[in-house]
Ligand binder design. Structure first.
Ligand code: R5P
Length: 320
């Protein structure tokens, strides 16, 4: 549907949740001091998605919270239908709040005859009728440019730094597990007044990576390996092995999105790490481990939603 068709006529935030992460949506609603919008997101007997909003949303400022995490095709489609549903119900404005943006890793043609999946997802969200997108630690920030609607890109860094500052460490090095993670790792290193090192990671196939070199010095240092996500856990656990090989002391992992698919849990259990800190951008479900610590992004999302609604700065949330 065409975006921006209906003006906001009621000064009211309405927050709905898809099925991907109702717990996070409920926490965000609590921080906003509102009740979660009432909607039925169900399945027809053949598996098609059936949606019905129980609230009148005409003219309101609607936020739809749905990380597009596994089962990714289901969560993406649910979000598209929710957007369509809100536009057809004459919402004043619809913002897709996507704490984890799936399909983000396929953001360019890095070989012949492959799709640019994140561009297609951006087009689908816009075509469905999203007026804005609010997301967090996307795999690559330039995906914002795939949208012709405003995208606010949040960072989990303030929430993570609060946790990481509680770790007692005399000498600390932040490690990027690959060249693509340097900017993120540099930001953490600056905030933690730590050194920076980079793992030379090569991707052998979609699910397999290998490492040989480490740029920087970790000898005798406590190390925090920082990444946007842990999917199969290959990248981050290979990084653990190499920093240990080069003399790292205690090693911590810090990753915004706990996708945790394939052998990730076994790899984390077997890894020589003190702890793994992740956010609640994706529900952990039954993936439990004493090593995994979860910090919540609910307040950050609530602040960003409130500021969007009030036309206030989002970047101010990161002035720290
Ligand atoms: C890669 O470029 C990303 O930043 C992550 O390092 C990667 O996607 C994590 O995937 P996995 O856990 O399967 O190695």
């Amino acid at each position: 549907m065409k975006s921006g068709t209906f003006p906001i006529i009621r000064d009211k935030i309405v927050l709905f949740s898809g099925m991907a992460h109702p717990t996070l949506a409920a926490s965000v609603a609590e921080k906003l001091e509102i009740s979660l919008g009432s909607a039925v997101v169900d399945r027809f007997p053949d598996g098609e998605i059936d949606i019905k909003l129980n609230d009148d949303i005409r003219g309101t400022d609607v936020f739809l919270l749905q990380p597009t995490c596994p089962p990714v095709n289901e969560t993406v489609m649910e979000l598209l239908l929710l957007i369509d549903c809100c536009k057809r119900a004459s919402a004043g404005r619809v913002t897709a709040v996507i704490p984890y943006f799936g399909y983000a890793r396929k953001d360019r043609k890095d070989e012949g005859r492959v799709p640019i999946s994140s561009k297609l997802v951006a087009d689908l969200l816009t075509t469905a009728g999203a007026d804005r997108v609010l997301t967090l630690d996307m795999h690559s920030a330039q995906i914002q440019g795939f949208f012709n609607i405003p995208v606010d890109h949040l960072y989990a860094k303030p929430v993570m730094i609060n946790y990481l500052k509680t770790l007692e460490s005399r000498r600390l090095t932040v490690v990027a597990p690959d060249a693509g993670g340097i900017k993120m790792a540099r930001g953490y290193a600056r905030r933690l007044e730590a050194n920076l090192a980079i793992v030379d990671k090569r991707r052998d196939s979609t699910g397999k990576t290998s490492v040989e070199h480490l740029i920087g010095d970790v000898e005798g240092s406590d190390v925090i390996i920082v990444d946007d996500m842990i999917a199969t856990g290959g990248s981050i656990t290979n990084a653990v092995k190499i920093v240990k090989k080069f003399g790292a002391n205690k090693v911590y992992m810090c990753a915004t999105h706990p996708v945790l698919c394939g052998n990730a849990m076994e790899r984390i259990e077997a890894a020589d790490v003190e702890s793994v800190v992740v956010t609640d951008s994706i529900p952990l479900g039954d993936k439990k481990s004493d090593k995994i610590q979860v910090v919540s992004i609910a307040s950050l999302l609530a602040d960003a939603i409130r500021n969007t609604h009030n036309s206030e700065s989002i970047s101010r949330l990161f002035d720290f």
